[in-house]
Design a protein around this ligand. Structure first.
Ligand SMILES: [Zn+2]
Length: 284
């Protein structure tokens, strides 16, 4: 278990087809109310985990999202089998999350500003970094660099995908190299950490934002608190591995309620905008 008593296990509990209950305080909402409150509990402020599709819907100007690399799918290079074959797990996640893998990338506008956008889907095998996820992420960053727009990434990821072994770990280096190209052309990377952002994701691209935002009480860290406690025999401080804990220590610039996220992003994009003339992104 997390050492933080305040950490909400962010999935809503479905009590019927049309109603959800907050997993933290039990407050009930209709599905439509939950959607219009952006899956944030109006009673206690707990942020539920959301899919990549819902994240994009919440953040971008309506009708502006154009998906990149939809057809890019990974493969089972290691013929990995735990209790089930990896391709079976992939197929199940694909049909449930309506995604080819654990990330959605594309061009969009936020508050009128053009961006390259990536959103992770934790429901898809823990938002883990498969070869396909890393490739789509790297291509989205490079495409942002090539077209002269800032890159925004919302991470919700457990880190490496064990079924792809070392191929998964290579995605850390690949995404960081792509971000280096973005930095070379002086374009900003805004990294948004959602619950949870762990392992190889926070150990690579997610921690490299020019601005790093996080949703309230998101679990953020490399190794889980239980494993650290077992390895070090140390008592971990209260609130360990939460957004607020990292913010107090300088890893995160700002903890932002999801209901203000779009507005804060728009302000940041306006401040970081370096284009001469039209005020909408750097010249390509
Ligand atoms: Zn609640």
């Amino acid at each position: 278990m997390s050492a933080s008593p305040s950490y909400p296990s962010a999935k809503a509990v479905e009590v019927s087809d049309s109603e959800v209950a907050c997993a933290v305080c039990g407050h009930r909402q209709s599905g439509a109310e939950a959607e219009s409150s952006l899956q944030v509990c109006p009673a206690c402020g707990a942020h539920r985990r959301i899919s990549a599709h819902e994240r994009v819907r919440q953040l971008v100007d309506p009708g502006t999202f154009e998906e990149w690399d939809r057809g890019l799918e990974g493969e089972d290079r290691l013929h990995f089998f735990d209790t089930r074959a990896y391709p079976e797990r992939l197929e199940e996640a694909r049909s449930r999350e309506r995604l080819p893998d654990a990330i959605l990338t594309g061009a969009a506008r936020i508050g009128g500003f053009p961006v390259g956008l990536a959103a992770f889907d934790f429901g898809f095998l823990g938002g883990s970094l498969s070869t396909a996820v890393g490739e789509r992420l790297a291509r989205a960053i490079e495409r942002s660099a090539d077209t002269g727009v800032p890159f925004v990434c919302v991470t919700a990821s457990g880190g490496a995908r064990m079924q792809e072994g070392v191929f998964s770990l290579m995605q850390m280096a690949k995404s960081v190299a792509a971000l280096h190209r973005l930095a070379e052309v002086h374009l900003p990377f805004i990294s948004i950490l959602a619950d949870p952002t762990m392992g190889g994701s926070i150990a690579s691209f997610a921690a490299l934002g020019d601005v790093i935002l996080a949703e309230p009480k998101a679990m953020i860290g490399f190794t889980g608190a239980r494993v650290i406690t077992q390895a070090t025999y140390e008592q971990l401080p209260a609130g360990f591995q939460t957004s607020e804990f990292h913010h107090a220590r300088g890893l995160i610039d700002h903890v932002v309620d999801r209901r203000q996220l779009r507005e804060v992003l728009t302000e940041l994009l306006a401040v970081l905008d370096t284009a001469p003339g039209d005020g909408h992104g750097a010249a390509a």
